[in-house]
Write a protein of this length. Structure first.
Ligand code: SF4
Ligand code: FES
Length: 241
């Protein structure tokens, strides 16, 4: 028999000067295979059209539906309500991002500012500007290593799960360092380890990480944050020897 499940959901509209942050309680009947995302849609369609949350793909690909579910940041579309045997689910917006309203946060603005700060785009070598030159083939092993890091969906979970980032706003965080590692290992990028040292060779970068593992434990794409941060640390340390 289907059970009733309860949602405690953070509600706040920062655009409304009269509004105050509060928790609101909703109930619905669980259906087989129901995800938190499906439940939220049902609540919005049937009980409260003002509920704000984000989604695009419903398949763990766009990263839009990240939120804090019973204390853990994760993707709503990849989280089954059946994971919570007592039927009590508390939803909060991801901390560390600008709040748009209720469960919706502006991860896009954060990621854009991070990309501008760390210059997260390919810096081609001089001869790569020649349109008539044949492209250099990339070794399959190198392409596989880059692809592994390209799987990041920019959901922001690792930022919210990182106590260092939450305590020190200027800390680059795991997503920034993963992206730096992606360009550092790309043979087409003209930047050297020394160039990257000037961007992340400090307490706001690789030497500020306290290895609390929140990023790696919660990343919905199981990306190897710790391995990449250790890789960058070795590279950065080698530049000052
Ligand atoms: S590294 Fe993982 S947790 Fe962080 S933004 Fe990318 S997919 Fe999300
Ligand atoms: S809706 Fe795209 S990751 Fe959840």
């Amino acid at each position: 028999m289907s059970r009733q499940i309860s949602f405690n959901i953070f509600r706040y509209d920062p655009q409304d000067g009269q509004d105050k942050p509060k928790m609101e309680r909703y109930q619905l009947t669980e259906t087989p295979g129901m995800t938190v995302f499906i439940a939220l849609n049902q609540l919005r369609e049937q009980q409260d059209p003002s509920l704000q949350f984000d989604f695009v793909c419903r398949a763990g690909i766009c990263g839009s539906c990240a939120m804090v579910i019973n204390g853990f940041p994760t993707l709503a579309c990849r989280t089954l309500t059946a994971n919570y045997p007592d039927g009590e689910i508390t939803l909060m917006p991801l901390p560390g991002f600008e709040l748009i309203g209720d469960l919706s946060v502006n991860t896009g603005k954060f990621m854009r500012e991070l990309a501008e700060r760390l210059k997260l785009w390919l810096h081609p070598k001089a001869d790569d500007h020649d349109m008539h030159r044949l492209e250099n083939p990339m070794a399959p092993e190198e392409a596989a290593r880059i692809y592994e890091l390209e799987r990041c969906v920019e959901c922001g979970v690792c930022v919210s799960a990182c106590a260092t980032k939450q305590m020190r706003e200027t800390f680059v965080g795991a997503v920034g360092m993963m992206k730096i590692a992606r360009f550092e290992m790309d043979s087409r990028d003209a930047r050297t380890a020394d160039d990257f040292y000037h961007v992340i060779g400090n307490q706001d970068g690789v030497f500020g990480c306290m290895t609390l593992l929140g990023c790696q434990d919660n990343c919905p794409k199981d990306l190897p944050h710790m391995q990449q941060i250790a890789y960058l640390r070795r590279k950065m340390a080698a530049t000052i020897l």
